[in-house]
Ligand binder design. Sequence first.
Ligand code: ATP
Length: 239
Amino acid sequence: PGAQPLLRVDNLHVSYGHIHAVKGISFALKEGAVTTLVGANGAGKSTTLLALSGLVKAQSGAIAFQGDSITGLAPHKIVKRGVVQVAEGRATLTRLTVRENLELGAYTRHDRAERADELEKVFALFPRLRERADGLAGNLSGGEQQMLAIGRALMAKPKVLLLDEPSMGLAPIIVQDIFRILREINQQGLTIFLVEQNVRQALRISDYAYVLETGSIVLEGTGASLLGHPDVQKAYLGG
Ligand code: ATP
């Protein structure tokens, strides 16, 4: 970890036809940190993540990972560099077993021993997935499916993990579990970039955060400083 951020976004613009969804945002992900992008529905959070993953095209601006441009790279090449987005929990392959879903996450990696090692780490992190390894993913609860989606992304050995609202649709107690696990993964050294509407919980686990409003970053600071910021409290924390 040096002075240079692991990932840097400079003046990123993304449009869908005439809808200007992301309007020149700049931010950085520090290596080893949890960084969060919070904001209301439609602010452009998902679009930002899709641009990082190469799934939507940047209209202009630059994305650099480990000092090299990844702007315009194909999604699979971005994954290979180590920038890996967690699929939506409900996007697990319900007719495959938990183990098969996890093995699919390692599709870019060829070393068998390394894959087995990674699988073991995921099972250690999510004992519930080990218990249900040979059951169909479709029989998992919503929270377990979210864990499976995270586990599958970890199988690709990410250097930075991107998550789009991992708390969505889950009961509060499960949300707490997911955030606790994200913190744990981070403490093992993984850099995390989280997009969330659940502002309070997200800021609690964030080292640094940005607030996105209608395509622009309007505030940034440490998680703790934003939790205490009057504008954030007024707009997102109900008082
Ligand atoms: P949400 O939490 O609802 O996903 P968000 O902050 O992630 O919100 P985006 O999904 O990035 O916001 O949407 C940003 C803007 O771009 C919105 O105005 C949305 O309607 C628009 N948008 C998103 N996807 C598309 C698309 N495929 N085609 C056209 N407009 C889109």
